[in-house]
Design a protein around this ligand. Structure first.
Ligand SMILES: Cc1cc2nc3c(=O)[nH]c(=O)nc-3n(C[C@H](O)[C@H](O)[C@H](O)COP(=O)(O)O)c2cc1C
Length: 207
């Protein structure tokens, strides 16, 4: 498995950082691109520099390296994840504007029919954001908003992060144990079981 991971300038750079960590643990080959705006937010939110994340990747590129192998469809990969994805980067990809290596590589990923998973982080969303997401979806991307569920009763931020990273891996068909999957409402089943047992018991005692 060989993935391209891009981290862009929005809140939630931890999603990209954790994805890189998990890929390294699972021996998944990674090509990393971190946008200039993301550099700033990495420091702000995680107290980390670009080098700290580059150490986790197999190879890394600057967003200006438009001649990098990733910029060509002839460079074979199993897909690309942009986590988190700013509304700026999302807008450029949705409108075919391939101004840097991130948007060019995403464009190539779509034209080659490979999986592109986009993890937008913005709230609330304006109509331009929504229309750009719809365009990307129609072009074949998976829009996977950084919207963790709460049914698995998260206790810490890392539980919320792992839920989103786990869902990204699900889309790409990669096995993981990052979050507990929904297995139905246990309390409902337990309640029904107890009622059934009580009914049986009453049946026996009333005979
Ligand atoms: C601290 C900080 C947080 C930001 N958070 C977001 C965000 O959550 N979503 C978003 O779309 N843009 C956010 N932005 C704005 C983007 O960084 C800005 O649009 C930038 O041009 C994105 O560039 P990039 O897509 O090349 O990384 C944030 C900016 C800063 C400084």
């Amino acid at each position: 498995m060989h993935l391209i991971i891009a981290i862009t300038g929005c809140s939630g750079v931890v999603y990209g950082a954790r994805l890189l960590e998990v890929c390294r643990q699972q021996n998944i080959e990674t090509d990393l691109i971190i946008s200039r705006a993301a550099e700033q937010i990495l420091k702000l939110e995680l107290g980390k520099g670009v080098n700290d994340l580059q150490k986790l990747a197999t190879r890394s590129y600057s967003p200006d390296e438009l001649a990098a192998p990733l910029a060509s469809g002839s460079f074979r990969t199993d897909g690309m994840v942009i986590a988190p994805c700013s509304m700026k980067t999302l807008g450029t990809i949705a409108n075919g504007v391939t101004a840097d290596l991130i948007s060019r590589t995403a464009d190539v990923t779509l034209k080659e029919g490979r999986p592109l998973v986009v993890v937008p982080r913005e709230t609330p969303l304006n109509l331009i954001h929504l229309e750009n997401m719809a365009k990307l979806k129609r072009a074949g991307a998976t829009i996977l908003p950084a919207m963790p569920a709460l049914y698995h009763k998260p206790k810490q931020i890392s539980d919320l992060v792992d839920f989103i990273v786990g869902r990204i891996l699900d889309v790409l068909g990669i096995e993981h144990q990052l979050y507990q999957r929904w297995r139905g409402d246990k309390s409902r089943w337990e309640g029904r079981l107890q009622r059934d047992r009580l009914r049986k018991y009453r049946g026996r005692t009333q005979r």
